[in-house]
Design a protein around this ligand. Sequence first.
Ligand code: 5GP
Length: 190
Amino acid sequence: MKRLEERILADGEVLAGGILKVGKFLNQQMDPQLFYEMAQEWKRLYADAGVNKILTIEASGIGIAAIAGLVFECPVVFAKKSKSKNVSGEVYTTQVFSFTHGTTNTVLVSRAYLQPGDRVLILDDFLANGAALEGLMDLVRQSGAELVGAGIAIEKTFQPGGERIRASGVRVESLARIAEMGDDGSIRFA
Ligand code: 5GP
């Protein structure tokens, strides 16, 4: 998506360790107009998929997903990062290793919000090694809902998550695909 790529070049900042900082428009400060255009693009891509629920993970997926919910006209659910490891029967849980924080979180979603019969689109801000997306996929699988596919704002194709998840048969639509980030701050799209 051209406008997202242009924004990444204008306002993204390459940090050490293969991290792209996008706090100016995607993470801490959010650009709702851009999110709306991203949502319209995912809607175009998944037009005939019968999506009736959007699933994301806190915190940075929530803004994107909420605006996508307006466009898809469906509810938006986010997986919570649990502070306790207690497993209650009311929730589905899974483990997710955080690429940016280097920690493993138990994430959970209430059973009431994901059910058989749901057709779920997973949305997230980044796809890197794939842990966040695979965790969300696991929650969908546990619930018996149907996974329609995933929509990602920025995929870093030099990390292996996207290739592995597509190879497993899941549809993944990324709006910007970064093939390389240089030490000099340069960004090359795939
Ligand atoms: P993965 O689980 O695919 O390794 O990483 C995806 C998650 O880590 C996303 O939910 C995102 O929050 C975070 N993440 C991964 N790479 C980046 C990055 O380059 N920049 C930012 N801001 N977040 C990232």
